[in-house]
Design a protein around this ligand. Structure first.
Ligand SMILES: [Zn+2]
Length: 304
């Protein structure tokens, strides 16, 4: 499929289905252009919005974080509740779309900036689903604001409700060790949390990212057939080339780090010279490159 046909297809999906207020920011055509794409930086950080992406599929954003939900004839599948305040808004937004109860809440991974505040859904009887590795983290660092999963799985998992399906794709460790990428039927979209922030450089010290597994995971996502990423942060929708751009950035950073180490010098100073200037267009590059380099120096220096 050509890029143009993807854009045309996506435009149709979006405009044919959209009934709620679209997110303020770049148009769908702009967002669906491939990397490097300045439109991916034009997202809103204030307030909240709910956008219908396709039949029964919605994106919900509060400030800088996004979840998705699916409406079926037998109830609603919601994802990351984020925190108590956001979950309350999330529940109210779902109620604007359907009277159906929330039957399931799916966690993308174990990090607290995505999985707190689920009690409002638990109170209406929702069952919580997460990869089994998340459970150990929740016991290791107890957080009273996190509802424990009722259903766990060890590999990929397909959640079925009301004739709809949500695939939870597990790629092994990458960002944490219980991350799932979600694929609502019929497969046009991937909901990707934290593995890709389209148009941006990775977060400072790349917390909880295992570089080699991260790289492998991005390659595996690149091999999937889909049309658009729904981002857990940043742009609501982006072209699949956002995954490629992140993979190429990591590869360039890893190569530059190895090169700097091979040339000698004080390993505690090398981060000041490691640069991947061909990616200087990425949002946050200038402020993050040295911390990104420090992360790679730890990876190659001590195997962590
Ligand atoms: Zn995370």
């Amino acid at each position: 499929m050509t890029i143009k046909s993807i854009i045309v297809g996506m435009t149709f999906v979006f405009f044919a289905a959209s009934s709620l207020a679209a997110e303020k920011g770049p148009s769908i055509e702009e967002l669906m252009k491939p990397a490097p794409n300045p439109a991916w930086n034009g997202f809103a950080l204030a307030g909240h919005s709910t956008t219908k992406l396709a039949d029964g599929l919605y994106a919900f954003r509060n400030t800088g974080t996004r979840s998705i939900f699916m409406v079926t004839d037998d109830g609603v599948i919601a994802t990351d509740p984020i925190n108590a305040e956001t979950a309350k808004i999330f529940r109210a937004e779902i109620a604007k779309v359907t009277d159906q109860p929330v039957k399931y809440v799916v966690y993308s991974h174990e990090h607290w900036d995505h999985v707190q505040g689920g009690q409002i859904f638990k109170d209406e009887g929702a069952q919580f689903i997460a990869h089994e590795n998340c459970v150990a983290h929740f016991y290791d660092l107890p957080n009273p604001n996190i509802v424990m999963p009722d259903i766990t799985f060890s590999d990929d998992y397909t959640l079925e409700l009301g004739g709809r399906t949500l695939d939870l794709l597990y790629f092994g460790p990458n960002h944490g060790d219980c991350m799932v990428v979600m694929r609502p039927d019929p497969g046009d979209f991937l909901f990707v949390v934290d593995l890709v922030t389209p148009g941006g450089a990775p977060l400072g010290f790349m917390p909880d990212y295992a570089p080699h597994h991260y790289l492998r995971t991005l390659k595996e996502i690149e091999a999937l057939d889909y049309k658009a990423i729904i981002g857990g942060h940043g742009a609501m929708l982006s072209h699949p080339s956002a995954v490629t751009e992140r993979r190429q950035y990591l590869e360039a950073l890893m190569a530059a780090t190895q090169q700097a180490m091979a040339s000698g010098g004080n390993p505690f100073e090398l981060h000041k010279e490691i640069r991947v200037s061909e990616f200087a267009h990425l949002r946050g590059y200038e402020s993050r490159i040295e911390d990104n380099a420090r992360r790679m120096l730890a990876f190659y220096g001590i195997g962590w």
